[in-house]
Design a protein around this ligand. Structure first.
Ligand code: ATP
Length: 652
């Protein structure tokens, strides 16, 4: 009997586009039905072998209808690379409308395009209800939503809906126990599109476009090993699966001869020299047989290149059979973290500024620059550092952390000493050394670190701090030279109180992991009162504090929804302090000061009276004195005027 799959989407165009793409690939093996999320019930989902959600939004809409019987997968979607050439026909530096069906999908498409390297255009979001169209804009790119494009635009490029990426195709094939050659066909398709991009002869486009970045993005999105070499067999591009499959120990592969990295390729590369040819052979490497395909290409600059791709199956010498990919049991959960180390997908945020920072971090990971990450404690600086390492060409080698805030000067000196056999620096050779809390380095050790940067020792440094290192260098507390040498590129993390939209996201992320329930929502666990408190809390410990709180709640035994009373003692005491000490008038004065900083007593009196409070000047004077004694306001005696302190702000 044919297997069955239900495709659940939030928008009709995604449903139609994705259905036809998946039917093209799986039509012969799987009976596919497509529905909009609004029309789907638990009973319907239970009738299918697998439910494929077109997006996280579609999955979220049905969160409450999920039952243990339902096997589901959330589709990872990417552009249909066949159509990317269309975008490149737009003159660089143009303003271009990016048209999609909602604000969220439009903005996420813009982000994805810039991640892919389309940095030569200024994309302007356009979606139903976003306001008047700008008549000066002459170009529009849409993802299958031509009907929403403003009428005045003469040049419309439809790049089709985003399709399922190769890893999703491979997961579906694996789930239904289908041949992996299905995923291979899709991969080959991607590779062909990639080759087409390389061959693009439009000279102007090549000059003005970040083609290298675009082609690299495509290579990095393919889940089989791919490497491109030039006529001299020097590696021009290589992706992580290639390094991993062949267990190449050498860092910095770009610029290195492939024969140095994998000597077994010599024969096959010598044998096949004819241009524009395609050859597949099995070679022996370590204890495996590897299927290798060589594709000869002549690019737009008439340069002869060879694309090497590895077969999806590795055949172990010691096994009689080709065992292919492992088939996973149970419910598929793409959110599940399988590795010990963090990846970019583990850094959770919906905040635009943070998402921009993450895009930059991804770009940084493709380079070997030194990175300085600044941000408050618990904002995920180490998560970022690990993600950069794991996405870099050094990922096969060690990521070693040195926590400089937690060790003596002597110990820190040992860890940084490359001559010391067991030092962190030695362990990190070829990989990444993460200096956590770099501002703690003494002047002597700052000089030692400078020495490390000057030595030929092969290590990438990533440092983090919660201090303003630039100010410290200006005040002579941190070597300026080290500041600038460390800070080849920098990233800044945002405190949680400046991105409160992430609070629900982080709570659900940690709770789902801790409770091991992928569909859990905060509503199921927290009373409204507790939630209101959590949304108003200032989160001085940021993401770490949210994570700790989830662990705490997990350990609080409760047969009812959690309430404020279930908060840990250190937060409860803050609440009590607030309740005990702030009278309604004191609260009103603090709010007025927070909104009108540096106001004098007379102005403050006027503001409070305008709010309908009958109060004398003497009472305000005594009240300000009292608040000042408790450290909640600061009075400037010479210039007059008062302002709220940080402690005062937390009271609000
Ligand atoms: N945006 C985020 N997404 C996912 N997890 C996060 C995020 N921010 C913080 N965390 C979690 O918070 C914890 C602390 O993160 P991490 O150690 O990277 O913070 P940090 O900024 O390096 O802190 P410190 O300065 O104290 O070393 C981690 O367990 C991580 O899972």
């Amino acid at each position: 009997m044919k297997k069955t799959m239900l495709l659940v989407s939030s928008s009709p165009s995604t449903s139609v586009g994705l259905r036809s793409y998946l039917t093209h690939i799986f039509g012969r093996y799987i009976k596919l039905e497509a529905r909009l999320a609004d029309d789907v019930t638990s009973e319907l989902m239970e009738q299918f072998d697998l439910v494929l959600f077109a997006s996280k939004g579609a999955a979220r809409a049905l969160e409450t209808s999920m039952t243990p019987k339902i096997h589901f997968l959330i589709c990872i979607r990417t552009f249909n690379f066949t159509y990317l050439n269309k975008i490149l026909s737009i003159p660089p530096n143009s303003d271009v409308y990016l048209v999609n069906d909602s604000e969220k999908t439009t903005k996420s498409a813009i982000r994805l395009l810039s991640t892919y390297g389309f940095s030569q255009y200024h994309f302007v979001p356009y979606y139903p209800g976003c306001g008047e169209a700008d008549y000066s804009i002459q170009y529009a790119v849409t993802l299958g939503e031509e009907r929403y494009v403003p009428r005045h635009i003469p040049n419309v490029m439809d790049i089709g809906v985003r399709v399922a990426d190769v890893s999703t195709i491979a997961e579906i094939a694996s789930f239904f126990n289908l041949s992996m050659s299905i995923a291979d066909v899709v991969t080959q398709n991607y590779l062909n599109q990639f080759v087409q991009l390389l061959k693009m002869s439009n000279y102007q486009v090549r000059q003005t476009t970040n083609m290298n970045f675009i082609t690299q993005s495509i290579i990095h999105n393919i889940d089989i090993g791919v490497c491109m070499v030039n006529k001299e067999h020097v590696i021009i591009m290589v992706n992580n699966p290639f390094v991993k499959e062949l267990e190449i120990q050498k860092p910095h592969l770009v610029g290195v001869s492939i024969l140095e990295a994998v000597p077994e390729f010599e024969e096959i590369l010598k044998k096949h020299q004819e241009p524009e040819s395609l050859t597949t052979e099995i070679i022996r490497h370590e204890s495996k047989k590897v299927m290798v395909t060589l594709q000869k290409i002549r690019d737009a600059n008439h340069e002869d290149l060879t694309l090497i791709h590895l077969g999806r199956r590795m055949i172990r010498e010691d096994s009689a059979e080709d065992n292919g990919l492992q088939i996973r049991d149970g419910v598929l959960n793409p959110e599940q973290k399988t590795e010990t180390w963090y990846q970019f997908r583990d850094y959770r945020s919906e905040n635009t500024q943070v998402l921009r920072m993450l895009e930059m971090a991804k770009r940084i990971s493709l380079t070997d620059y030194r990175v300085l990450i600044q941000g408050e404690t618990g904002t995920g600086k180490e998560v970022l550092a690990q993600a950069i390492h794991n996405n870099s060409s050094r990922c096969r080698n060690a990521f070693v952390k040195v926590n400089l805030s937690a060790m003596s000067e002597l110990q820190a000196a040992k860890e940084l000493d490359t001559a010391e056999e067991n030092s962190a620096a030695r362990h990190a050779q070829g990989g990444t050394l993460y200096l956590d809390g770099i501002h703690n380095l003494t002047q002597d050790l700052q000089r030692v670190t400078l020495g490390l940067l000057d030595s030929p020792f092969n290590v990438r440094l990533i440092a983090s701090t919660d201090q303003n290192l630039y100010e410290m260098s200006r005040e002579g507390l941190f070597l300026r030279e080290l500041f600038y040498r460390m800070n080849e590129v920098s990233l800044a993390t945002l405190p949680v109180r400046e991105r409160l939209e992430d609070v629900p996201l982080l709570f659900e992320y940690f709770m789902r992991n801790i409770y091991n329930t992928p569909s859990l929502t905060w509503r199921e666990l927290f009373s409204d009162g507790l939630w209101e408190f959590l949304m108003g809390y200032c989160w001085p410990g940021n993401g770490k504090e949210i994570e700790n709180l989830c662990k705490y709640f997990y350990c609080v035994k409760s047969d009812r929804k959690l309430t404020e009373r279930d908060l840990p003692p250190y937060i409860l005491s803050q609440i009590r302090e607030n309740e005990e000490h702030l009278s309604p008038l004191e609260r009103q004065v603090l709010i007025a000061l927070s909104q009108n900083p540096k106001k004098g007593r007379a102005a403050l009196l006027r503001i409070v009276r305008e709010q309908g409070v009958d109060v004398t000047e003497g009472k305000i004077r005594r009240l300000l004195q009292d608040l000042s004694d408790r450290g909640l306001v600061r009075t400037n005696r010479t210039k007059g005027g008062c302002e709220i302190t940080g402690k005062g702000e937390t009271f609000l």
